[in-house]
Design a protein around this ligand. Structure first.
Ligand code: FAD
Length: 456
């Protein structure tokens, strides 16, 4: 029971694994190491802090009843030792030891483990263009990024923002900056927004919503350089034009932090990411990994290939799977069907499963249908329109993917579809699920069932 467990990385997967393990094995000796000075915070809330939805950034590091999740909190409430400003620099698998460096003093020491958990996450990818290190160029990943950005906007009166990358983080930040009164241009090298997330037809609806809300779109243009005067950003150049800017955010995806594992000769995928089995064990069975630092999260019944889908929802689930397995409870990770959702001004944008584009690339024989209509009966004043796109496999009559865009309640339909795909439901089964109905919530036959009926 005095098992020594060392957890590296303190945002989502790490604290979840440590906390769950302490619940299952109260006598385990659990230490969490984090190189930053905050742990267990809601990174997904960063855009809402920048937007001004709440003004105290500490809320992101607190429990719902506003108790700060400090090292003292972890120690006293959960019995977990937390070492902040402490970086793990090397793993010695033979001696079962991790070498750590204390950030303030640079002092190095060794910590022993019986089981090691790598929850080192991911870092923003920085494209190889000139000027990315100019002042007033940000990536948004750590709490500090959102704090320094907000401070600079407030104190320096920054006005013109260029966001590089029209994925969900770029779009959430675009909205935050528009709400703060900045002039915002969103640039992407692809000819649509959310290129990894939505098909082009659905992305068009998002574009039509962004523009009137004050986001200028520059699509199909690669950023070639960031330029400044005296080290401070002034312009962003694309292949075709020059955009004035006193603030830029680069949000073109993330790369897994797998170097610690790689250096210790733990198996990693060639494209990056630690390889794990369904219990989140790495190629060394005493070393687990989860969250944004791993691949192999995607086990869609039709695609066997590992995909890198870094999301907070998955990181938390991995934390649980890891703790369960260490404690001897077999609960394999069932994989993800790439479900994601974001709110863009006043519309919901969601996707689960395969896009039509990905299905075509995989050479699957698919049929699609687009449904549009109100989410509730017309006589309910709260009714709002939405558009649903369903992608199904012709031969097996199975749902493969769903996208939803619009002010209507798309989240409910998205989660029904995610559940259906998870359980491998056929279109007939989806049409037949006993979904809740009363006029304030939806029509008697839910739009997701109606859409499935069109494909039947
Ligand atoms: P991380 O959050 O990357 O944490 C890893 C930690 O490990 C870091 O703090 C790092 O400092 C530390 N670390 C790394 N190496 C070492 C080392 N050698 N020694 C010590 N410490 C180390 N996901 C969603 O599902 N929904 C959303 O709405 C959503 N919105 C987001 C919005 C934004 C702006 C951002 C940035 C992310 C969002 N995400 C969202 C993604 C989500 O935040 C991540 O998937 C999640 O944080 C991953 O958790 P993790 O624990 O695997 O890794």
């Amino acid at each position: 029971d005095d098992l020594k467990v060392l957890v590296i990385g303190g945002v989502a997967c790490g604290p979840k694994a440590a906390s769950r393990l302490k619940r299952l094995m109260p006598h385990a000796d659990v230490t969490l190491i984090e190189r930053d000075d905050v742990v267990s915070y809601g990174a997904c809330g960063l855009p809402y802090y920048v937007e001004g939805v709440f003004s105290d950034v500490a809320m992101l590091t607190e429990t719902p009843v506003r108790v700060p999740r400090t090292p003292v909190f972890f120690e006293t409430v959960k019995g977990i030792r937390v070492l902040t400003r402490t970086e793990a620099v090397a793993i010695d698998r033979n001696r079962k030891i991790v070498r750590v460096r204390e950030g303030n003093t640079g002092t190095e020491s060794e910590l022993a483990y019986d089981k090691l958990v790598l929850a080192t996450g991911a870092r923003p990818f920085i494209p190889p263009v000139e000027g990315v290190d100019l002042e007033h160029v940000w990536t948004i990943r750590r709490l500090e990024d959102a704090v320094t950005l907000t401070e600079a906007i407030e104190k320096k009166g920054l006005k013109k923002a260029v966001l590089v990358g029209a994925g969900y983080i770029g779009i959430e930040m675009a909205e935050a900056l528009v709400e703060r009164g900045l002039e915002v241009t969103l640039v992407d090298m692809f000819d649509q927004v959310m290129p990894q997330f939505l098909d082009r037809d659905m992305a068009l609806l998002v574009e039509k919503h962004l523009q009137p809300n004050g986001v200028k779109l520059v699509l199909g243009e690669k950023v070639t350089a960031l330029e400044g005067d005296h080290g401070v950003l002034r312009r962003v150049r694309t292949e075709k034009q020059t955009l004035e800017a006193d603030l830029a955010i680069i949000a073109v995806g993330v790369r897994p932090n797998d170097s610690l594992a790689r250096d210790a000769k733990i198996q990693c995928a060639p494209q990056g990411g630690i390889v794990i089995n369904s219990y989140c064990q790495t190629s060394d069975p005493d070393i687990y990994a989860g969250g944004d630092c791993v691949v192999n999260q995607y086990v869609h019944p039709i695609i066997g290939t590992p995909l890198f889908i870094p999301l907070g929802s998955t990181a938390n689930k991995h934390g649980r799977v890891i703790a369960n397995h260490i404690a001897g409870l077999p609960s394999p990770f069932p994989g993800v069907t790439s479900t994601g959702i974001c709110r863009i001004f006043d519309i919901t944008v969601g996707r689960t499963g395969l896009t039509e584009k990905l299905a075509q690339e995989l050479n699957l024989d698919v049929e699609t249908v687009i449904w549009s209509g109100p989410d509730r009966p017309h006589y309910i004043p709260e009714q709002r329109p939405m558009v649903i796109k369903m992608i199904a496999c012709k031969r097996y009559r199975k749902l493969l993917g769903l996208q939803v865009v619009g002010p209507g309640d798309g989240a409910k339909r998205l989660d029904v579809a995610a559940t259906a795909i998870f359980f491998g439901a056929t279109l007939d089964q989806i049409g037949g699920i006993d979904l809740a109905y009363a006029p304030p919530y939806g029509p008697p036959i839910d739009p997701i069932a109606t859409t499935a009926h069109v494909l039947l």
